[in-house]
Design a binder for this molecule. Structure first.
Ligand code: FEO
Ligand code: CA
Ligand code: CA
Ligand code: CA
Length: 707
């Protein structure tokens, strides 16, 4: 059995979500228990829930008429309204029977639903459409679906609106978070490799350059036109706009960091460009119909060969977990065996040591080009992806937009997924008008970080250079400095350290914001707080808030805990423990459909999945929740070793796409060496190795998914 302590170490060793926050922000330890018992669990009436507030007793909980109706905003996916009493008419949204937990190597959906897998890693989607084979070259991988499918959106083919248009044809755009080298290379066969080990190095301690290219091309984003040929059967449509954005694709840097010394490199002496996007987790969809890729655990891909230890790293590297000379980089890409010119072009930048005479002669600033949100236009294959630096630099787990209103600022939220990191909000300086909206709105504005007070109130603290403490006296010298060092700025402001913020979702009917806090085994008894109430939080929770007076651009909010995840004897939802048909842990993916069903996806770590206290939850799963009527039911269970992440429906809600990431990842090194892989998803009898893939879910009666 794997103990909790061991599991923490395992996760850290694998390079995901390691803790880099060593700041001394105090946590609100003495408030927790009273708050946890007093009002951490939602139990308001329908009208109270519709308000988005949590009933009586809240400090600062307004009852003015402006609070009595949901915001009239429209992010394009809202269709709700209030009745004459200011209460939302709320039919029960869930019409399916819950399914049990599962530890089988298969996908299970409720009775009356069908599920198929499409777009596995390696599926040809662009260029010369090379067929999938284990010995595909690195170049071929760059014309195929990447690996480790994550956040995803279906863009209707008309290209006019992110949530309206065709439900039978459109572009599926998705992030590929990382790769599993042992499932990608013939050189791995017969070796005892874990999911993060790389195939053999040569006698000079170098990696094969084409393996490295293949891994870089397995990362990034896929943009692929899909059409429903018959009900539930979707096929790839050849289109010049189909493309892969990878770890190598040239990208613009925009916003306050553009052109500053922080991002000048040998590749871009003007500090305006960088190459590639890495470790893209969750995603975002802008109101102007573009896609945002989030850069999450990018830091470990870089190694600083001239910094002997952590203390020798510059702060913009150490606070994020860039590796020092005493460590190895995640996939050893800096050790690629390549001819010098190509090496310089592709791989030299993963050594971020100060090896040259100046920043223009090496890649010491390369990591400053990562940690951003990246905007991609799926309808223009000539569009250069843009890193939007005004949204801050951290381990972005996607971004979610508040319901937009004409003439008001654009507001979006993004979590920093690492232990004890923060939740942020960006408010544009320019107002939103549908006719003129575009990515420029994300280049000027104010980034805020959240402080959750013990009494259920909250504050958005602005990250503005020159406003104390973000001034020269404290080592901040420009707004670009504040943004490159977003985490340090948030530390200085006294933001609330959270239990690993993952996805956020905004209720299209009420504007309430929900965030998953997946788990945090590093939290101690001494630093629990009201918003993160459990020491050694193994199960995670979902928090939610409402902006004061319905003003998403404001600086105050009211919050509460929506669900405490966990087993039947250590969980809570609407004042009661979760039942067998509801238990889950490590919430991660989170998405509202247009009728305000909340879809919750789980990511139990591979280090503990199906073992010890985690065994009772089975494989990773997806649940559906009706947040108004307080109904929660398990909807889907996935195969072995994977996480369920990424969910969207077609505009008619009659087709749902869900991603299955890293099936078979729990295969032990010894079993891998024997060819005994514990998952064969999605090819089963024809499987070479398990592959990440997308599920297509339909209801047999043709109805709305979940209804
Ligand atoms: Fe990549 Fe935070 O999940
Ligand atoms: Ca995630
Ligand atoms: Ca994961
Ligand atoms: Ca996760």
């Amino acid at each position: 059995m794997i103990t909790e302590q061991e599991s923490t170490v395992l996760v850290g060793d694998e390079g995901d979500e390691q803790m880099s926050n060593l700041s001394s922000n105090t946590a609100m330890r003495d408030v927790i228990r009273s708050r946890y018992s007093r009002r951490s669990l939602l139990q308001g009436s329908l009208s109270a829930a519709a308000l988005g507030f949590l009933g009586a007793g809240l400090v600062g909980c307004g009852s003015s008429s402006s609070d009595d109706t949901p915001p009239g905003g429209d992010n394009g996916n809202g269709n709700g309204g209030a009745n004459g009493n200011g209460e939302i008419e709320a039919p029960v949204l869930l019409g399916f029977a819950a399914i049990p937990v599962s530890d089988a190597d298969t996908v299970v959906v409720p009775e009356g639903y069908s599920v198929r897998a499409i777009l596995p890693m390696g599926e040809p989607i662009a260029g010369s459409y090379p067929s999938y084979a284990l010995d595909n070259s690195g170049e071929e991988q760059g014309m195929q679906m990447g690996s480790h499918h994550d956040g995803m959106h279906f863009f209707p083919i008309e290209g006019e609106h992110p949530y309206e248009g065709s439900s039978a044809e459109g572009f599926i755009v998705m992030n590929h978070e990382y790769v599993e080298p042992r499932f990608m290379h013939t050189a791995a066969i017969g070796q005892a490799l874990s999911r993060s080990n790389v195939p053999v190095l040569n006698e000079d301690n170098e990696r094969d350059a084409d393996q490295v290219l293949k891994e870089l091309n397995g990362h990034g984003v896929s943009i692929v036109r899909m059409r429903e040929e018959e009900r539930g059967h979707w096929v790839v449509v050849a289109d010049d706009r189909n493309r892969r954005v990878t770890g190598l694709t040239p990208m613009e840097i925009s916003g306050p960091v553009r052109g500053t010394d922080f991002v000048k490199t040998r590749f871009s002496p003007t500090g305006t460009m960088t190459r590639g996007t890495l470790n893209n987790c969750a995603h975002g969809v802008t109101p102007w119909n573009t896609y945002l890729a989030a850069e999450e655990n990018w830091a470990g891909y870089f190694r600083n060969s001239t910094a002997a230890d952590r203390d020798a790293l510059p702060r913009e590297q150490s606070r994020y977990g860039v590796r020092h000379a005493g460590q190895t980089s995640r996939y050893l890409w800096d050790q690629a065996n390549e001819d010098p010119d190509l090496h310089q072009q592709r791989f030299a930048r993963f050594d971020v040591g100060a090896t040259g005479d100046s920043a223009l002669e090496d890649y010491r600033n390369e990591p400053n080009g990562f940690g951003w949100m990246v905007e991609i236009d799926p309808f223009d294959e000539t569009h250069t992806p843009v890193k939007r630096t005004a949204l801050g630099r951290f381990a972005h787990e996607g971004v979610v937009f508040a319901n937009v209103e004409e003439g008001k600022p654009v507001v979006c939220y993004s979590g920093d997924d690492a232990q004890n990191e923060y939740i942020y909000k960006f408010v544009s300086a320019q107002p939103y008008y549908a006719d003129t909206a575009g990515g420029h709105l994300l280049d000027t504005g104010t980034l805020y970080v959240a402080r959750f007070n013990e009494d259920g109130s909250g504050e958005w603290l602005p990250l503005i250079y020159g406003m104390a403490p973000l001034n020269d006296a404290n080592g901040f010298r420009s707004q670009a400095d504040v943004l490159v060092n977003t985490r340090l700025a948030a530390d200085a402001l006294g933001a609330t350290k959270m239990d690993r913020p993952e996805w956020g979702a905004v209720n299209p009917l009420t504007g309430s914001v929900y965030f998953t806090l997946t788990n945090n085994t590093s939290r101690t008894d001494d630093n629990t707080d009201a918003a993160n109430p459990r020491a050694q939080s193994r199960w995670g929770h979902i928090i939610r808030w409402d902006e004061a007076n319905g003003n998403a651009a404001g600086t105050r909010f009211e919050w509460d805990i929506f669900i405490l995840a966990g087993p039947t004897d250590d969980s809570a939802f609407n004042g009661e423990a979760l039942t067998d048909e509801q238990i889950f842990n490590s919430p991660d993916g989170l998405w509202f459909d247009k009728e305000a069903r909340l879809w919750i996806q789980t990511d139990i770590s591979e280090g503990v999945m199906n073992s010890g206290d985690w065994a009772q939850f089975g494989n990773n799963q997806m649940l559906a929740c009706d947040p108004i009527n307080k109904v929660l039911r398990r909807f889907l269970t996935g195969p072995l070793g994977q996480e369920i992440t990424g969910v969207v429906t077609t505009p008619d809600q009659r087709t749902m796409f869900v991603n299955v990431q890293h099936p078979g990842a729990t295969t032990t090194p010894a079993d891998f060496a024997e060819g005994d892989i514990n998952s064969r998803f999605p090819d089963y009898d024809n499987a070479i190795y398990p592959r990440s893939a997308t599920l297509v879910i339909t209801k047999d009666d043709g109805g709305v998914i979940g209804s």
